[in-house]
Design a protein around this ligand. Structure first.
Ligand SMILES: N[C@@H](CCC(=O)N[C@@H](CS)C(=O)NCC(=O)O)C(=O)O
Length: 337
């Protein structure tokens, strides 16, 4: 087998390894890779990624003390797109008065989130989960909403968390992101994106075989083409957003995935069929969303690259963090050339 980059005898002073050795190494590596992937990303029998079920997934009632300053803490990680959607709602609805934002750091060696300073006596998110009665076998994920009064995590499923945050009391200026009159359209897009786009990029990256990857990749780009078409029609009507003249939860859930596309998901997860520049309405939409008040502060490209490329060892064993495109170019309203 000839591979670009394999040292050729006489050129670098080293000998090309014998073919039998390469075959054996490939077989062994594939076996080990499947095992490592089993720890990172469970799959079904056909090799499709199956996202594990979380611990506190139900939508809780709005707490009676929701409006009280500092009564709750929203725990996020910078690189996580699921946390990013909750952070966006927190920021767009200006909830900082009642919900403190706490950013956890990844610990790639241990494969878990840790607090920069101990929080409620815990050093890791896993400890806080156990304190809340979480099952040890379930992953301690971000985002999570902590109640200081009840001393427990209220919800850690981002899809429910953003619904709760949309109902959270806030100032008169704070937008509602899922107003009842637009709910059918918003729900339609949220469902369309959740599996094929938001989880879809992970289904591409964590696929165990070609067929599983192909299925996820086609579904991802079919959904993006649909969103492109819808946004073109919206623009013709003079409406900037997926579900009308104002941004909604449908836009919120699409943004964290699309803003990471060129930096992480295309190079690492193989979501590279089309650069976003070839979906021009989505490109313009992304630039508009980035321009909303407070969104820029939630975008941390260095953390995205270092966490994904540094932590997902089975996908990127060298741990080398590649240079990425400049965020400013990706959110310029004109397509970057
Ligand atoms: N269902 C969860 C998924 C959240 C999730 O997978 N978060 C990842 C980071 S992107 C995490 O914290 N993983 C830690 C772990 O699996 O131990 C949601 O949508 O909120």
């Amino acid at each position: 087998m000839v591979v670009c980059g394999v040292a050729v005898a006489g050129q670098s002073g080293s000998m090309r390894p014998p073919a039998a050795l390469i075959r054996t190494a490939r077989g062994l590596w594939h076996c080990q890779w499947q095992q490592l992937m089993g720890g990172l990303a469970p799959a079904d029998a056909a090799g499709r990624y199956q996202r594990p079920v979380g611990a506190f997934t139900a939508l809780p009632p709005l707490p009676a003390n929701a409006a009280k300053a500092g009564s709750h803490v929203l725990i996020v990680g910078r690189s996580c797109p699921w946390a990013h959607r909750a952070w966006l709602v927190h920021s767009l609805r200006q909830l900082g008065g009642s919900i403190e934002l706490l950013v956890v750091e990844p610990d790639p060696a241990a494969g878990r989130w840790r607090f920069v300073e101990p929080f409620e006596g815990c050093r890791t998110l896993a400890e806080l989960y156990r304190r809340s009665g979480g099952d040890r076998r379930q992953p301690a994920t971000v985002p999570a909403l902590w109640s200081r009064q009840e001393q427990r995590i209220l919800v850690n499923e981002s899809a429910r968390l953003i619904e709760l945050l949309d109902l959270w009391p806030s100032g008169p200026e704070a937008p509602r992101l899922a107003p009842p009159e637009r709910l059918p359209a918003i729900d339609h897009w949220r469902q369309r994106f959740q599996g094929d786009v938001n989880d879809g990029v992970y289904r591409c990256g964590f696929a165990r075989n070609q067929a599983a990857y192909d299925e996820a990749e086609s579904a991802l780009f079919a959904a993006l083409q649909e969103a492109e078409q819808a946004l073109q029609e919206q623009e013709q009507r003079g409406e900037a957003w997926l579900c009308g003249p104002e941004p909604s939860l449908a836009d919120v859930v699409l943004f964290p995935t699309l803003i990471r596309l060129e930096m992480v998901y295309a190079p690492l997860f193989g979501c590279s069929r089309l650069p976003l520049s070839q979906l021009p309405a989505l490109w313009r939409w992304r630039a508009r969303f980035f321009g909303l008040e407070g969104v820029g502060r939630t975008c941390c490209p260095e953390a995205w690259r270092s966490d994904y490329f540094g932590a997902l060892f089975p996908l990127h064993p060298s741990g080398i963090v590649p240079a990425g495109p400049d965020l400013a170019r990706l959110v310029a309203s004109e397509v970057a050339r």
